[in-house]
Write a protein that binds this ligand. Structure first.
Ligand code: C5P
Length: 301
C-alpha cells in the first residue's frame, strides 16, 4: 500500500470578461486566475480491493460520483487500467464550498497530480491539464496554479509572472451559494448586446498593469463581468464589498461567479483590523486571510 497527501490551493479571478456563447453550452472568456494559499488537504491511499471510496469532513461536499476528486480518479483509472489500484480518498476541507473559489476543481486537480505520482503514470503537465479540461473549465488552472491568463472556456492557459506581496481577505455569507450556470445564463440574457464587440484582447490592458507589479494599481483595475448580474441580485454582497473597500482595502472584487468577495490589503495588521470591524458590522459572514501563491497542487508527503 502506498499513500500521499497533497495541498490544493483555492483560486480567485483578478479579471474576468465574458466574451460570448460558444454554441457548446460554454462561454468564451478572458480571465486572469490567481492561486491563494487557502488550501484543502487531500489524502490518497491505495488499497488492495479494486474499489474507490471518498470521505470528506465537510457535510456539504458530495461523496458520490459528482465529486470532482472521485471523477478524476475514475477518469485516470479508465485510461490506465494496468496501473490503477483501489483507493481511499479523504478530503480535509478548508476552502469554502460552492463559493467561486474552485474548491471542487482543486480537489480534482490534486487527484490527477497525486495519482500520476502514486501510479507512476509519467504524465506531463500538459497531459494532466488535458485530462483536467475534460472534468471542468477551471481544473487545468488548478493543476498548474500561480498566476495565469485563461482563454477559451478558461482552460487555455498562459502563465504570467508570479504576483507577490499584499494580503488577501476572502469574505462569504455563510448561507449563500450561487450557481455558475445561472450566472452565465443571466449575463447572456442581460448583456448579449456587448458580445458582438467583445474580444479576447480586452484582457491585454489588465495583463500590462499586472506586469508592472504595483499592487495598489492592480487593485484599482480588478474587474469581473459577473458582478453585473450577481451584485444586483444580491445587494448584501455589494454592501459587503463596499464594507471591505471602506475598511482600507486597495481593491475588492467578486471571485468567479461568487458569492465570495475578496479584497487586497497592504499588510496583515490592516487586514486583521478590517476583519475585526467587519465581523461586527456584517453578521453571517465568514472571513479568511490568505496570500497569493505560485502553485496549485503541492505534494506534501
Ligand atoms: O466547466 P464547468 O463544469 O466548471 O462549468 C460549469 C457550467 O458553467 C457549465 O456547464 C456552463 O453552464 C457554465 N460555463 C460556461 N462557460 C464557461 C465555463 C462554465 O457557460 N467558460
Amino acid at each position: 500500500m502506498s499513500q500521499c497527501t497533497l495541498a490544493a490551493a483555492a483560486k480567485i479571478n483578478l479579471y474576468l470578461r465574458i466574451l460570448g456563447p460558444r454554441g457548446d453550452g460554454y462561454h468564451a472568456v478572458a480571465m486572469v486566475l490567481q492561486s491563494v494559499n487557502l488550501r484543502d488537504m487531500i489524502h490518497i491511499a491505495t488499497q488492495p480491493r479494486k474499489e474507490m471510496s471518498i470521505t470528506c469532513d465537510h457535510p456539504q461536499v458530495p461523496t458520490d460520483t459528482t465529486n470532482l476528486a472521485l471523477r478524476a480518479a475514475h477518469l485516470l483509472a479508465e485510461q490506465f487500467p494496468k496501473q490503477a489500484t483501489g483507493l481511499t480518498i479523504h478530503i480535509e476541507k478548508y476552502i469554502p464550498v460552492a463559493a467561486g473559489l474552485a474548491g471542487g476543481s482543486s480537489n480534482g486537480a490534486a487527484l490527477l497530480v497525486g495519482l500520476n505520482h502514486l501510479w507512476n503514470l509519467g504524465l506531463t503537465l500538459a497531459e494532466l491539464q488535458s485530462y483536467a479540461a475534460r472534468l471542468g473549465s477551471d481544473m487545468p488552472f488548478c493543476v498548474q496554479g500561480g498566476t495565469a491568463l485563461g482563454t477559451g472556456r478558461g482552460e487555455l492557459l498562459e502563465p504570467l509572472p508570479p504576483l507577490t506581496g499584499g494580503v488577501v481577505v476572502l469574505a462569504k455569507f455563510a448561507n449563500l451559494s450561487i450557481s455558475t450556470p445561472w450566472a452565465y445564463r443571466t449575463y447572456g440574457e442581460q448583456f448579449s448586446h456587448t458580445f458582438a464587440l467583445a474580444s479576447v484582447q480586452e484582457s491585454d490592458h489588465f495583463v500590462q498593469v499586472l506586469a508592472r507589479h504595483i499592487l495598489p494599481e492592480i487593485a484599482t483595475h480588478l474587474h469581473n463581468d459577473f458582478e453585473k448580474v450577481v451584485l444586483p441580485a444580491h445587494p448584501e454582497i455589494e454592501r459587503l464589498k463596499q464594507g471591505l473597500l471602506d475598511s482600507g482595502a486597495w481593491g475588492s472584487l467578486l471571485s468567479g461567479s461568487g458569492p465570495t468577495v475578496f479584497a487586497l490589503y497592504p499588510d496583515l495588521t490592516l487586514a486583521k483590523q478590517a476583519i475585526a470591524q467587519l465581523k461586527i458590522d456584517y453578521s453571517g459572514v465568514d472571513f479568511w486571510v490568505a496570500e497569493f501563491c505560485p502553485w496549485g497542487i503541492e505534494i506534501v508527503t
